[in-house]
Design a protein around this ligand. Structure first.
Ligand code: ZN
Ligand code: ZN
Length: 540
């Protein structure tokens, strides 16, 4: 009976842990690595076809994104997850496959030009459909028998709709052990979701440490008043409020707040201001939030639903989907709120809305989530550029850029501590994952001071749960930090060809040195003419 730490070991993304008990093998999460990676992951020491089951904490891609790949490679067991997680995986994994396929298509075109073979997507829609067919929707608090060695129970941790920590009871040769996986832990007092709930006891614990070394600012933000003030001042100026937002989670919170603003009538003089949700994924996700069992939402949201009201829908809400409808949003001059993805402005329809609104001083761009280094969102928040490029156009940054403070989906150090301390008896060992090295190690030291046995494993480390000892302890293999993919602009191949042609021209011109002046003058006139033509084109 042992666990082997594979992904999100000393790093934040790519969550994956292998559990071996009796003759069964299972994974806890199977996430995709995103952004820059700090450490190389060990190879999974078993093949996909040997995995009997997967326990999934929540639908975020850094926890679920490699499940279709696991299926493609031969996994045919079941994935156990809460019902809301299953529903969110349905749209998120399809979206992810769509991105993989587009990426592969783009790379294929590039490789074919070099005479190389086509590039296969990591997985496609068929793999996603196959995987979705293996998912077993579960409820919170229910004891579920996975097989004769493993029983589990999901508990709400308020991080994303359906997110859970998973208690796991293990039996091998008459010996019993218990281990709990925290998943990502949410914040208290967030809209829509419950506060993280606790587990009573556990022998072993594996917990996340995204914010293991820091605390969120303790500002009590009244989101509704703050958002209303931003909408009021922007619309009084005749501008639009553009909100780059993650399609799932943050967008629904914004709708929840705006509904309250409209209900209380606190934006004056623009009574029926329109709100556009311009992201097909966000619209689908909103449907899932509205259809889910009330077990998955907090009391406040449940009360609204029980009164027969819709917590995410209000007069003036438009959920445009087609590209034409999306374009029409900016053609009309009425002040409006536009919510669109991606949340960090590095892709998606939001870039189109930024192109139309960023140069207008009467508009506001409102950020409502974390902006990673190198993304357009971060550049705008830092205010370091007066001009940005969108669709090959230079756009002046004249709109007001604001940030709604304190919105985070992750518990901070104090939140993590509170959750750990709520487990009455100290676990025999607390394994720390899902955090940068500084973060998981700071949290490890912090709880060791409090008398906990704690360990932050690197990928490939394994621990025997019967003997209570490490089998293998690895050191991390660091990967050189690279720029996040998103910040590298993709070079247009047609433009690159033009630059190459220009350089060839210069090279030939230099070789003409010593030729008769008559010829040189004639060539000079032709080249000047061409340069003028290009200049005229650029200035047109
Ligand atoms: Zn998450
Ligand atoms: Zn995560």
């Amino acid at each position: 009976m042992k666990i082997t730490f594979i992904g999100a070991a000393h790093e934040v993304t790519g969550s994956m842990t292998l559990l071996e008990v009796g003759d069964k093998k299972g994974l806890i999460d199977c996430g995709m690595e995103q952004g820059k990676d700090l450490f190389k992951n060990a190879e999974l020491p078993v093949t996909a076809g040997e995995i009997d089951f997967v326990l999934l904490t929540h639908a975020h891609i850094d926890h679920s994104g490699n499940l279709p790949l696991l299926y493609k490679q031969g996994f045919r067991g079941n994935v156990f997850a809460t019902e809301a997680t299953c529903n969110l995986c349905d749209i998120m994994l399809q979206d992810c496959a769509h991105i993989q396929m587009q990426e592969a298509e783009w790379k294929t075109r590039k490789e074919m030009r070099k005479g190389n073979a086509a590039v296969e997507p990591i997985y496609d829609m068929e793999d996603v459909q196959g995987l979705l067919g293996t998912m077993i929707p579960c409820r919170y608090h229910e004891m579920i028998e996975v097989n004769d060695c493993v029983s589990i129970r999901f508990t709400d941790v308020g991080h994303l709709l359906g997110s859970a920590c998973i208690e796991v009871w293990l039996t091998e040769d008459g010996q019993e052990r218990k281990i709990t996986f925290s998943g990502d832990l949410g914040n208290s007092n967030q809209p829509i979701l419950r506060d993280p709930q606790t587990v009573e006891e556990t022998e072993y614990l594996m917990m996340e440490t995204t914010y293991g070394d820091r605390n969120h600012e303790r500002v009590r933000t009244d989101y509704v008043s703050e958002l209303a003030e931003i909408i009021q001042t922007t619309m009084d100026r005749g501008g639009n409020v553009v909100i780059p937002s993650f399609a799932i989670g943050r967008t629904q919170e914004m709708l929840y707040f705006i509904r309250e603003i409209k209900n209380r009538g606190i934006v004056r003089g623009h009574d029926s201001f329109p709100v556009y949700v311009d992201s097909p994924l966000a619209v689908e996700a909103t449907g899932i939030f509205l259809q889910c069992d009330l077990d998955f939402v907090d009391d406040e949201m449940a009360a609204i639903v029980r009164r027969g009201e819709n917590p995410l829908v209000f007069p003036g809400l438009h959920t445009s989907v087609s590209t034409d409808e999306s374009k029409a949003i900016n053609a009309d001059a009425e002040p409006k709120v536009i919510i669109s993805a991606s949340g960090m402005c590095d892709a998606g329809r939001i870039r189109h809305h930024l192109k139309h609104n960023l140069w207008r001083p009467e508009c506001t761009v409102l950020f409502v989530g974390y902006q990673a280094e190198g993304t357009l969102g971060r550049i705008l928040i830092d205010g370091i550029k007066k001009q940005v490029k969108l669709f090959d156009e230079d756009i002046e940054v004249r709109a007001e850029v604001r940030m709604l403070p304190g919105v985070s989906g992750h518990a901070d150090q104090q939140g993590l501590l509170n959750w750990l301390l709520s487990i009455a008896e100290k676990p025999k060992m607390v394994f720390l994952n899902h955090g940068d090295p500084e973060s998981c190690e700071a949290f490890r030291d912090k709880i060791r001071e409090l008398g906990y046995e704690a360990f932050a494993p690197y990928s490939g480390t394994s621990f025997d749960l019967i003997r209570g000892e490490f089998d293998v302890v690895t050191e991390g293999i660091a990967i050189e930090k690279t720029e996040p993919e998103a910040s590298k602009p993709r070079e247009n191949p047609v433009f690159a060809a033009l630059v190459q042609a220009g350089e060839r021209l210069m090279a030939v011109i230099r070789d003409l040195k010593g030729s008769p002046n008559k010829e040189l003058r004639a060539f000079e006139r032709q080249v000047t003419k061409l340069a003028e033509r290009l200049e005229n084109y650029r200035n047109s």
